[in-house]
Each structure stands twice: as structure tokens, then as C-alpha cells.
Design a protein around this ligand. Structure first.
Ligand SMILES: Cc1ncc(C[n+]2csc(CCOP(=O)(O)OP(=O)(O)O)c2C)c(N)n1
Ligand SMILES: [Mg+2]
Length: 1024
């Protein structure tokens, strides 16, 4: 026993304590705790303790301490006796025999209940063998998936490794060479394979484990660090009989496989040379999704938001969403034109929204498939944002009513970083959708690339491990296995509100698309595919062989669906146009009704509102909430401004948000460090200096019944988070959703969202979106990566025609806003910021707003506004003309400068310094796109004798110059054409003044920055 104790002491100090405690308790309670009492002697008297059994005993003891019912009653009796002071050697009542040394005859049935052979001594060998069995069970749970039969072609390894892990080889264990497979072992509590049995022969244990973990389902879950969750999964898969289906369920699966396969076959027959990215080889995707939806609907889900790539998309629209087939078929007719707005998109990118009855559960269910670009996985965060927003507006705080399903290709799932960025939002309080069901159509190829060239991770699904999502790999040629994992996946989400992955290991029967030749690059794989019968052929044969369906029933079902397709085909032929609106994924019911599309709304508010919001925003939290001293000063200065009716940037923003919240508009601002603001100017979340996590958001305490304000620091992602907010903004047009970049240039890591969704979403998918991008921008000597939000790129993507001066009328402004794809601004006053934000909601339509936002201007005293510019009757100012001295005596003006943003204040200062106030007029363009042609024209006409220049702080190949220059020319041509007196204006030039062209956005050298600044300022002030 001394040896045991020494061993314990060295290796497991806590165990020593546990053991000692047991002995000590026993000693003292027995009143025999005399000095000199020898624990070693005491314990040595126990017949079963030895070096190798001690760990097991210790485990038993620990388990007993936590819950006496968790160990066998003999252990309970033993430990209780000890704790009640039984003397050494007498506490021991033989625990249950761990293994019966008797073996069962070959083929004999396992015992119905544990055979406690009290006479058998527990030897070291018995315990060791027992522990080996426990380890074997655990190994199958952990690594069984590595050898599961997942590939329908039987030639590939889903984990890219054909080796059998040594843990799964019986000979690796001490049970060893002369293993008797008929030996009966007591099953540990860590498995459910026994069902009601507590013991099983080793052979049966292994058989069951193989069937569960190594057949057509491979389950990856043992990495999850939550015992309840891993137990739940074990129970779902290990319990005997779980994979049994009744005939009705089998017939339903068959009907679904028929629809899935026959749909593709129908398209192939009718449009053999058209790309459709068919599902052949992974037809089970449809039954899988339908099972997830049925099960989720049964569990209370009422709305499902789906994001998916090209593969099988038409099939999903047809057979999951039940989009009328004729609407899908007429997309194949290249002669049909769109009857409504928009440039449209290819058929396998379109979205849709439908509400229908789920026939299995008899409940209504709403399904939306979000339109997406070709850019694989880009839609993921958008779907999550849309889902989250729907949950928010329904008050579905735990995701019981609304859920998302994301579909992936194997290559894209493992290759695209946005998958990770999206997964990382899954558990964040302000971003979680309470679990997503991911389904991978894993055809083991990406275009022409084999998995071994497309990923370094064993499985294509490994990214999901980072969020502890269980991963169910399943052989896609086994529809019943697919149905089962799909059902469990839905139940998992409903139970734990966490992500889960279904990996449909399949193949791609055709090339990447239907006109692509796969034999060029995957000859052997495709030879094998040619030999492989379709899943429908295999499954229907199996069900017919087992008598579940007859040949007639099967044929009836096939013919029925073919007939449906034929009828729809005839209907499609009668269609005379296509409608882009039929493919809207987020219809805004009622939003466009009763709105006068062409009325420019007023955005000023009552003085009372400004006063009230300003006051609450500037007041410390009530009670004993202690805020930081610096913050007290900030609040005080804001309060002083409110009293003086003056507004800085932060206050302007708060007044915009607050006034909208009062009007019932939900405002959500997200991005990195937005709660405080990167430049420490916002302070929307106040922190109690004495109580951890005690916070106060003033803007949520403005009015009774106001809309909620959400302001959240995001994860350090742009692609994921901007995509999320875009999706959030899709759901409800009556909400102001803003995303702020830490510095504007970081937005380029979200370029795909900007290009593929924000700038072009309406054109492609007739889908409007009022999201606001706040992009800190400005040359302040902070180096290349903190200066430019790449204004030029946003302007380049604006779709207004540089050569076209729009028709001048009362509607000029709103018409421009209506026609452009987005608004781009570089604002110089808090009042204008206030109006720009409010205008987003007041407009009768929705467009994204991209704002270059200030840094130093946040604190510049000159850059303040007065309440006068924000009260009723005021509105957004597209261009501030020169309002000072030059405007009073325009004839004296020698130079007219146009500019945008912060450089305005620099120019004014320099003009003052050089005493040129009467000679140089400076106009600020606030809304660069759509371009204020009319206002620029007025300003040019005011100073016909003046030279003209465009001044910018950006480099010549950047900033607004390239956008502004041709539009200025258009204005000049227009002036010349309208009035003969101004004919010469046609040849007038606008001079460029600013930094020289450069590859980098800005210099990293402060003195060079200042030199550049001095140079172009000098140039700007030159009078000849
Ligand atoms: C971001 C992005 N990069 C490249 C492509 C071009 N591309 C289209 S499909 C494809 C292969 C996709 O493979 P996988 O994700 O396995 O889907 P599968 O086509 O096999 O269903 C590629 C590379 C793309 N659409 N999106
Ligand atoms: Mg693939």
C-alpha cells in the first residue's frame, strides 16, 4: 500500500487528498484516530487495492463523492462503511465483478442483466482488461469516423487518410493476443450501446461500436468540451434501434429522392446544354434539408432562412421551397425579358421567399433562400444577420422560432475564410442565431481540384470544430442514414442552440457543370462513378426487395412527378416575360404601398427633441453608478453644448439616433470598438467603475416606448460582420443599421460584401438595403493604412452617368437619389451627418449610404453645428456653397475651389492666414455621389470670372478627383449650352490640386506628410 500512496502522491496529489479524506473520516468517526495510526497499514488491509487498481478505485471514489448513485451499490456500500468508520479490511464488501471470467459460448446471447459473480476475485488483469474495453469504446467514439464507410464510390477517404488508427485495432490493447471475444464485460457508464444490458461479450461490444461509428455514419463529437452534449450525442446514436425506420418513413424518403433525382433528369432532358449545377451524386441533399425542416418545424420553428451556393440550388427552390416549377423553367428561356427593374442575375443565384404548409407537421412555415453572388460562402454572414434580425423583431430571444440553414460545397467550406468569420459570430451575444444547421454537399471535388490539393485539414468540415459543433459525416448513398443524422442535427440545434454540421459525403456525377468534361482531370474517379448506380436505383431496389414498396408504387410515384414537371413545362412555355420581383428574398410587406416615391422628406426635428435627447445623452447614469472621471468631463461638455444649442460630431450622431429611436426606428451600430468609438468620442456604453460588466446605455433611456438601440463591439472581422449587418438590414426597412470600420481602409477585407451585395444588390436582385457604412477617412499623418477609406473605389462603383446632366426640375434631388445604386458622402458638419442618417429612414426607398467619417474633425471647434441647422424645416445639404465674404462680392473672386471633407477647414484656415478671404471662394461637396450637378452649376455661375480648382488631400490617383472631374466638365458644357453669354465656359478647365500620384495611400513619414500638405496648400492659394 505504501507503494500505492507514493504513486498517488507523485502523480495525482488530488487523489491522495481524496483517499486520505476517506481514511481520515473513517478513523475519526470510529474514534480510533490515535496518534501513530498507520494509514498504509489501514489501506493495505483492503484485499483489492494494488498499484494498478488504485486509479480505478480513485475514480469510483470521486464519482461516489459527487453522487453516491453514480457508482455500483457495492462501491456505495464500501465507501459508506469506510466513512462510517469501519475498521481496515472489514469495510470491503466485494464490489461487482468487473468481468465474468466465464465466457459465453460462441453465438450465445448476451446476458439480460449483470451477472455479479461475487466469488470471482478482481485481479489486476481483470481490471486492466476492463479498462482496455473502456478505452476501446472511447476510441470508437473518438476515432470511429476515421474508418467509417463514407464514400459512396468506395475509393476515397473523407478524411484524406486511409490508415486505421491504432486505437481501433484490438491487438493494440493488453487484451492482446489471445483475446477471447466471447468474454463478457461490464459496460462503463460512458456508453449507451448496451441499451438495457449492463454487460456484453467483447465481440458484441465491438460489433455494435462498428455499426454505430464506422458504417455509413461517422460522428465527430468527442472534441466537444461539454459532457452533457457528448452524452446527448452518444445516446442519440448508440442506443440500440435508433436507426430503425418504419415503412411510412422509408416511403417518404423514397418519394423525396425520386423528386430530387427526377427534377435534375427532367432539366437535363429539356435543356441538355444549359448550365444548372445539378445535384446528381448528392441527391440526398433534398431529403436531408426537408428532414431538417420537418424536424425543426415539429420543434417549433416557424421561419427558416437558407443560404446556399450554386450546386443543387434549382432543386432546392423546386423541391424544398416549392417554387412553382414554371417560374424556374422559364428562367431557361433566354428570349424572355424581365418585365420589371433590375439587371437580373443568373438563375442559380436568385433568392426567394415563401410561406407554406409543412405537410409533415401540418404547421405553417416561412422559407427564404437568400440571393447570393458567385462568391462562394459570401452569403453566410448575410443569412446569419437576416436570421438574427428576424429573431429580434419577433422577440425570439432563444432562436426557437427562426433558424438558419447554410449549405456549402466541400472545397469552399474548407477554403473560404468567411466561413470561419461567420462561425465565430455564432456564440456572440449580439450576433448569435442560436445555432445553424450546416449541410455540406461534399462531392469530394472542387471544380477540377481534388481535396488533397484544396485543403490541409483532414475533413472539409474541420473549421466547425472551433465552435464545438458536432459533425455528422454520412454516406450520401444511404438515404436513411442521411435522414437520421438530419433529424438529430435539428434536435441538437433545438436542444443546445448551437451549430451542427451534416457532411453529405457524395460525388458529382457530371462535370463541374453539365457542359464540363470531368474525365480530363479525374479519369479514375469518373470511371468509378460510371459504374455506380444512382442513389434512387439503389434505394428503390432495396425498398422493393424488402417489400416496403412495390414496383407499381414506385413507378406511380416517378410518373406522378414527371407529369408535374411536364405540366409546368407547358405552362412555362406560355410565359411572356420573367419578373425579377418573383425572386425577392426579403419582401418588405407594405413598405412601398402608400408612399409617394418622389417626395423629398424633411429631416429636421423639433427643438424639444434635440434638447431632450441631448440632455439624456449628456447625463450620467442615475443612482450610485460610478463613471470614469474623464467621462464626467465629456458629459459635462456635451451638456454645455446642449445648453448652448451647439453640436459636435458625437452629439450629432446621438441626436440622429435618439430622434429615430423616438420615432420607433430600431438602431443598431456594430463594428470594432464602436461602443466607445475608436477615437474615444462616442461613449454610448458607460461602464460602472466599481462593478464589473455593469453598463448603462443612455440612448436606451430616452422615451417610454422608444425603439431599442443596439450598439455592439464586434469580433475582429470585416467580411463577416459587414455581411451580417447587411443581412440584418434586409429584414426590416424601418431600422437604421450601421457598420463602422475601425479605419476606413479595413473595409477592403469586406470588399466582396461591398462589391457583390451593397453596390449591386438592388440591380441584381431588386432588393433594397439602407445599410450605413461609417468609414473613418482623412490624411492626418497616421501612415498608409490609417488615412484612406478608398473613397475612389466607392465612387467608381456609383452608377450615375458622368456625361449626363439630369433634367432640372423640383424633383432633381430625389430623382437622383432614386436612380443611383448608393449614396457616397464626405461630410463636414455634425448637422449634415444628423440629416444624412435621418434621411436614410425618411426616404420612400432604401439605398446604402457610404460615409467617409472624420477623425480630427470630431474635436475641431469649427466643425460644430447649431440646433438651428437641425430643427424642423432643415434638411440634408448636398453642397455647402461659399457663404462668406466672396459670396457677397463674387466679382472680386479670382479662384473658386471645390473640395470635400476635412480639407475644407484647412483651406479656410490657410485662406485666412494669407488674407485671401475675399479672393478665394470655397465650396464643399458633401454628397459626392449622386453628384450635385445643379448646385455645382449654380456655384460656377456665381463666379464666372474665377479660375476653378478641385482640391483634395488624397493622392491624384485616389480620392474623388476621377469621379468629380468629368462631372465638372459636364456642368461646364451644360452652362455653355444653356446660355450664350457663357459659351466660353465649355472650354474652361478645373485644375487638380492635391497630392501627386502614389502607389501607397499615404506616407508613413510625418515630415513628408507635412511637406506634402504644405505643397498642395501653397498651390491651392496661388492666385496666378
Ligand atoms: C470565392 C470564389 N472563388 C472561386 C470561385 C470559382 N468556383 C466556382 S465553383 C468552384 C468549385 C467549388 O467547389 P465546391 O465548394 O466543392 O462546390 P461544388 O461545385 O463541388 O459543389 C470554384 C472554384 C467562386 N465561385 N467563388
Ligand atoms: Mg465539391
Amino acid at each position: 500500500m505504501f507503494r500505492v500512496k507514493t504513486l498517488w502522491r507523485c502523480a495525482r496529489p488530488s487523489a491522495v487528498e481524496g483517499y486520505k479524506l476517506a481514511c481520515r473520516t473513517c478513523s475519526s468517526q470510529a474514534g480510533s484516530n490515535k496518534s501513530g495510526r498507520n494509514y498504509a497499514t489501514l489501506a493495505a488491509a483492503e484485499p483489492f487495492l494494488s498499484g494498478s487498481s488504485s486509479v480505478y478505485v480513485e475514480e469510483m471514489y470521486n464519482a461516489w463523492q459527487t453522487d453516491p448513485n453514480s457508482v455500483h451499490k457495492s462501491w456505495d456500500a464500501y465507501f459508506r462503511q469506510i466513512s462510517q468508520g469501519a475498521p481496515p479490511g472489514t469495510a470491503y464488501v466485494r464490489p461487482p465483478t468487473l468481468a465474468s471470467t466465464a465466457t459465453l459460448a460462441q453465438g450465445s446471447v448476451a446476458p439480460q442483466s449483470t451477472q455479479l459473480t461475487m466469488t470471482e476475485p478482481v485481479t489486476d488483469k481483470v481490471i486492466e482488461d476492463h479498462l482496455s474495453v473502456q478505452t476501446i469504446i472511447r476510441s470508437y467514439q473518438t476515432r470511429g469516423h476515421n474508418v467509417a464507410s463514407l464514400d459512396p464510390l468506395g475509393i476515397l477517404d473523407a478524411d484524406l487518410d486511409s490508415a486505421i488508427p491504432s486505437e481501433l485495432i484490438l491487438e493494440s490493447y493488453s487484451l492482446g493476443d489471445n483475446t477471447d471475444l466471447n468474454r463478457v464485460f461490464r459496460l462503463p457508464e460512458t456508453t449507451y450501446i448496451g441499451g438495457k444490458e449492463q454487460s456484453l461479450p467483447l465481440k458484441e461490444i465491438i460489433n455494435r461500436l462498428k455499426t454505430i461509428y464506422c458504417d455509413h455514419i461517422g460522428i465527430e463529437f468527442m472534441f466537444i468540451n461539454n459532457r452533457e452534449q457528448t452524452d446527448w450525442i452518444k445516446q442519440k446514436f448508440e442506443t440500440p434501434g435508433v436507426l430503425e425506420f418504419n415503412d411510412e418513413e422509408k416511403r417518404l424518403m423514397l418519394a423525396r429522392v425520386i423528386r430530387s433525382q427526377r427534377f435534375e433528369e427532367f432539366l437535363a432532358r429539356k435543356w441538355s446544354s444549359e448550365k444548372r449545377f445539378g445535384l446528381e451524386g448528392c441527391e440526398v441533399l433534398i431529403p436531408s434539408m426537408k428532414t431538417v425542416i420537418d424536424s425543426s418545424s415539429a420543434l417549433g420553428v416557424e421561419s427558416i432562412v437558407i443560404g446556399m451556393p450554386h450546386r443543387g440550388r434549382l432543386n432546392v427552390l423546386a423541391n424544398v421551397c416549392r417554387k412553382p416549377l414554371e417560374k424556374i423553367f422559364c428562367q431557361f428561356d433566354s428570349k424572355l425579358k424581365a418585365e420589371d427593374e433590375g439587371s437580373g442575375d443568373v438563375k442559380y443565384h436568385l433568392g426567394m421567399s415563401v410561406e407554406r404548409l409543412n405537410r409533415v407537421t401540418n404547421k405553417q412555415i416561412k422559407i427564404a433562400v437568400v440571393a447570393n453572388p458567385s462568391h462562394l460562402e459570401a452569403v453566410n454572414p448575410v443569412v446569419q444577420g437576416k436570421t438574427r434580425a428576424e429573431q429580434f423583431y419577433r422577440g425570439d430571444t432563444d432562436g426557437k422560432k427562426v433558424m438558419s440553414i447554410l449549405l456549402h460545397g466541400d472545397a469552399a467550406f474548407s477554403g473560404q475564410g468567411v466561413v470561419y468569420e461567420t462561425m465565430h459570430l455564432s456564440d456572440l451575444p449580439a450576433y448569435t442565431t442560436h445555432g445553424t444547421v450546416h449541410i455540406v454537399a461534399n462531392n469530394q471535388i472542387g471544380f477540377t481540384t481534388d481535396p488533397r490539393s484544396s485543403r490541409s485539414s483532414p475533413y472539409c468540415t474541420d473549421v466547425a470544430r472551433v465552435v464545438n459543433a458536432p459533425i455528422f459525416h454520412v454516406n450520401a448513398d444511404d438515404p436513411l442514414a442521411v435522414a437520421y443524422v438530419s433529424k438529430v442535427a435539428a434536435e441538437w440545434r433545438a436542444t443546445f442552440a448551437k451549430d451542427v454540421v451534416i457532411d453529405l459525403v457524395s460525388y458529382r456525377r457530371n462535370g463541374h457543370n453539365e457542359i464540363d468534361e470531368p474525365m480530363f482531370t479525374q479519369p479514375l474517379m469518373y470511371k468509378q462513378i460510371a459504374k455506380t448506380p444512382t442513389v434512387l436505383a439503389q434505394f428503390s431496389e432495396k425498398l422493393m426487395a424488402s417489400g416496403t414498396v412495390t414496383q407499381e408504387e414506385y413507378e406511380y410515384e416517378v410518373n406522378k412527378y414527371d407529369k408535374i414537371c411536364e405540366e409546368a413545362y407547358m405552362l412555362a412555355k406560355k410565359e411572356i416575360s420573367v419578373s425579377n420581383k418573383d425572386w425577392l428574398d426579403s419582401p418588405w410587406e407594405g413598405f412601398f404601398d402608400n408612399r409617394e416615391a418622389m417626395v423629398l422628406p424633411k429631416t429636421g426635428v423639433e427643438e424639444d427633441v434635440l434638447q431632450h435627447v441631448g440632455t439624456v445623452f449628456s447625463s450620467p447614469p442615475p443612482g450610485d453608478f460610478v463613471i470614469h472621471g474623464g467621462l464626467k468631463r465629456i458629459l459635462k461638455s456635451h451638456m454645455q453644448m446642449v445648453n448652448e444649442r451647439s453640436v459636435d460630431w458625437a452629439l450629432g450622431e446621438a441626436l440622429a439616433f435618439g430622434s429615430l429611436l423616438k420615432e420607433g426606428i430600431h438602431v443598431r451600430l456594430s463594428g470594432q470598438d464602436v461602443e466607445r468609438g475608436t477615437f474615444s468620442h462616442r461613449h454610448h456604453v458607460l461602464h460602472n467603475q466599481l462593478v464589473d460588466k455593469d453598463t448603462h446605455i443612455c440612448l436606451n433611456h430616452l422615451y417610454k416606448g422608444q425603439a431599442p438601440y443596439t450598439v455592439v463591439n464586434s469580433s475582429l472581422s470585416e467580411y463577416g460582420v459587414l455581411g451580417f449587418e447587411l443581412g440584418y438590414a434586409l429584414t426590416n426597412p424601418n431600422s437604421l443599421i450601421l457598420w463602422e470600420a475601425q479605419f476606413g481602409d479595413f473595409s477592403n477585407t469586406a470588399q466582396c460584401v461591398i462589391d457583390q451585395f451593397i453596390s449591386s444588390g438592388q440591380a441584381k436582385w431588386v432588393r433594397q438595403n439602407g445599410i450605413v457604412l461609417l468609414l473613418p477617412h482623412g490624411y492626418e499623418g497616421m501612415g498608409p493604412e490609417h488615412s484612406s477609406a478608398r473613397l475612389e473605389r466607392f465612387l467608381q462603383m456609383s452608377n450615375d452617368d458622368p456625361e449626363h446632366f439630369p433634367k432640372e426640375s423640383e424633383d432633381f434631388e430625389i430623382q437622383q437619389l432614386h436612380e443611383i445604386n448608393w449614396f457616397v458622402g464626405n461630410l463636414t458638419t455634425p448637422a449634415n451627418y444628423f440629416h444624412a442618417l435621418r434621411r436614410q429612414i425618411a426616404l420612400p426607398f432604401r439605398k446604402p449610404l457610404v460615409l467617409m467619417t472624420p477623425k480630427s474633425l470630431l474635436r475641431l471647434p469649427e466643425a460644430r453645428s447649431s440646433f438651428d441647422e437641425m430643427v424642423e424645416g432643415t434638411g440634408f445639404v448636398r453642397m455647402y456653397p461659399e457663404q462668406g465674404l466672396p459670396s457677397e462680392n463674387p466679382k472680386a473672386v479670382k479662384k473658386l475651389i471645390f473640395c470635400t471633407g476635412k480639407v475644407y477647414y484647412d483651406l479656410v484656415k490657410e485662406r485666412e492666414k494669407l488674407d485671401l478671404v475675399d479672393k478665394i471662394a470655397i465650396a464643399r461637396i458633401e454628397q459626392i455621389s449622386p453628384f450635385p450637378f445643379d448646385l455645382v452649376k449654380d456655384e460656377m455661375l456665381r463666379y464666372p470670372g474665377a479660375r476653378m480648382a478641385w482640391v483634395q488631400e488624397e493622392h491624384k490617383n485616389m480620392g474623388a478627383w476621377f469621379y468629380v472631374e468629368p462631372r465638372m466638365r459636364t456642368v461646364l458644357r451644360k452652362i455653355a449650352a444653356t446660355d450664350q453669354a457663357n459659351e466660353k465656359m465649355a472650354s474652361k478647365k478645373v485644375e487638380y490640386i492635391g497630392r501627386y500620384p502614389s502607389a501607397a495611400t499615404a506616407t508613413g513619414n510625418k515630415s513628408k506628410h507635412l511637406w506634402e500638405f504644405g505643397e498642395f496648400m501653397k498651390h491651392a492659394m496661388q492666385m496666378n
